[in-house]
Design a protein around this ligand. Structure first.
Ligand code: FAD
Length: 475
């Protein structure tokens, strides 16, 4: 007998497998029974049969979103982490280059290198970077220790924890992409299929073999939903087709951040969308009304929408109707943080040494800037040599300090979130300057709405850059 009483409960993953939970939810579409009754009537074989028919056979793929996995990945290179974390609808936490130090042997040596004539050169170059990374820590730490002395009530360990990110933030510029990291990933089976397809089609052996291992491991929990996942020849074909297209060389000096594209009247559209949500007129009527307003009336409306937003309140969704395309040229360490903002669309270029490298001011204050530049210049030469044989493999050697170009398209709501989080005083200086500059550029075109993005007062991207970098590497 069915009842109309509201009931809310967990289908506990300790009692039911992810595939069974997914079927129990999917069946509510046709069955009047409670989820619990449906789940109790199911078993592994019936769940597999359901998924074969509906998810695999008829393409009702959203059912697979109810099967969620927590995957623990240990000792994967930071280069591989890029592909692992390139999925929008998944959650990640990884080993931090700001709060942890790397041991000298904590790096990956790719199979491609081991089977080439470059093994010795690769190991020597990685060894040089780790030696420098470890060597510069003591002098850089002493500069910071002078600025933030130990408190009387603080142990040595507590003091180091308090100041660690301040000196490690600058030492991390020397860490290569081969550095090993741990990543925790929470992902549903639908997204995991897509992620695995990318991994299995990847040019790097490490990424392909991580994909195989994830698939093997995940199949223990979701035997049907991932059974048919394999590499995509289409992915490989597109890569091959586009890699050889000759493009003109760069013609003008590059900027750290450029606002490439935006809709001029996006501010009016956002305001019209905000009113639309609470009205019963067509969108064009709301837009006509907004266009008829004087600037101060528009400003008053923006104030009504954004002024009372609390620290933990997201701005209204209507802000998503304005979007911006940026090109950012930033050190790899900072890019690694920016890429975690999944909601925006990102197109990073492959890692090379062609866009120069940034130099932290702290290294110069500690008297180790010459050592830093010497290592970076030597690495650049080695990378170029190995890249002429295999550019993807050469990327393992590129340290965090080298710049990377990335195209980013994001809406105004995500811009609020990203810039407020990344401009905060505790964020890395390299990302802070990007956040400030992005806001500055959007305020020039859409001052009413972007004026409400909250940044710490008294700073600018120029002051942050000047205080923290002696060179950005950009010409
Ligand atoms: C001080 C600080 C320290 C950090 N330390 C580490 C660290 O040690 N290791 C590490 O791996 N990362 C670290 N991060 C990165 C952080 O965990 C986020 O991954 C990153 O800042 C991206 O932010 P986001 O997830 O809020 O943003 P976006 O991906 O841009 O998402 C925007 C918003 O969409 C919503 N959203 C997006 N996806 C989901 C989802 N799956 N579920 C629910 N809501 C979602 C949230 O509201 C989110 O704020 C740190 C960040 C900060 C600020």
């Amino acid at each position: 007998m069915t009842t109309n009483k509201r009931t809310i409960y967990l289908l506990n993953p300790r009692d039911y497998s992810p595939e069974l939970i997914a079927v129990a939810f999917a069946k509510t579409s046709r069955s009047p029974l409670s989820f619990l009754t449906i789940a109790e009537e199911l078993n592994a074989a019936a769940s597999a049969q359901f998924h074969e028919k509906w998810v695999v056979g008829y393409g009702h793929a959203s059912v697979a979103e109810h099967a969620v996995l927590h995957l623990a990945l240990e000792n994967v290179s930071r280069l591989a982490v890029e592909t692992i974390e390139s999925n929008r609808l998944a959650s990640y936490t990884e080993k931090s280059t700001r709060y942890q130090k790397w041991d000298a042997d904590s790096f990956y040596t790719p199979v491609e290198i081991l089977e080439s004539a470059f093994t010795g050169l690769y190991l020597k170059t990685v060894g040089m970077m780790f030696a420098a990374y470890n060597e510069v820590q003591a002098p850089v730490r002493s500069v910071i220790a002078g600025q933030y002395p130990q408190r009387r009530d603080e142990t040595q360990e507590q003091w180091d924890r308090r100041i660690r990110s301040r000196y490690i933030d600058s030492c991390r510029f020397l860490l290569p992409a081969a550095s090993l990291a741990n990543v925790g990933m929470t992902i549903n089976a639908r997204m995991l299929e897509h992620a695995l397809c990318k991994m299995l089609s990847h040019p790097l052996e490490e990424v392909r073999s991580i994909g195989e291992e994830i698939k093997r491991t995940a199949l223990e929990e979701v035997p049907t939903l991932l059974k048919y996942t394999e590499a995509s020849s289409y992915h490989c074909l597109v890569r091959n087709n586009l890699q050889r297209v000759p493009l003109p060389e760069k013609t003008e000096p590059e900027k750290m951040v450029q606002l490439l594209d935006f809709e001029k009247d996006a501010e009016e559209k956002v305001l019209a969308a905000a009113l639309y949500e609470y009205s019963d007129v067509p969108f064009n009527s709301a837009l006509l009304y907004i266009r008829s307003l004087e600037r101060e009336d528009k400003a008053a409306l923006v104030e009504k929408i954004l002024r009372e937003r609390g620290r933990h309140d997201a701005p209204p969704r209507s802000l998503e109707h304005a979007s911006y395309m940026f090109e950012v040229v930033v050190d790899q360490g900072a890019y690694f943080e920016l890429k975690r903002h999944r909601i925006m669309t990102q197109t990073p270029q492959p890692m090379t040494v062609n866009a120069g490298y940034a130099a932290p001011r702290l290294l110069s204050e500690a008297g180790v800037d010459d050592r830093y530049c010497q290592v970076m210049d030597q690495v650049a030469e080695v990378v170029e040599t190995i890249a002429s044989w295999n550019p993807e493999v050469a990327a393992y050697l590129i340290p965090n300090g080298f710049n990377r170009r990335v195209l980013m398209t994001l809406n105004l709501r995500e811009l609020f979130h990203l810039c407020e989080l990344r401009a905060a005083a505790n964020a890395h200086y390299s990302v802070r300057r990007i956040a400030y500059r992005m806001v500055e550029l959007v305020r020039q075109v859409h001052p009413l709405l972007a004026g409400y993005i909250r940044l710490p007062e008294g700073e600018s991207w120029q002051t942050i850059e000047r205080e923290n970098l002696t060179n950005t590497g950009l010409q």
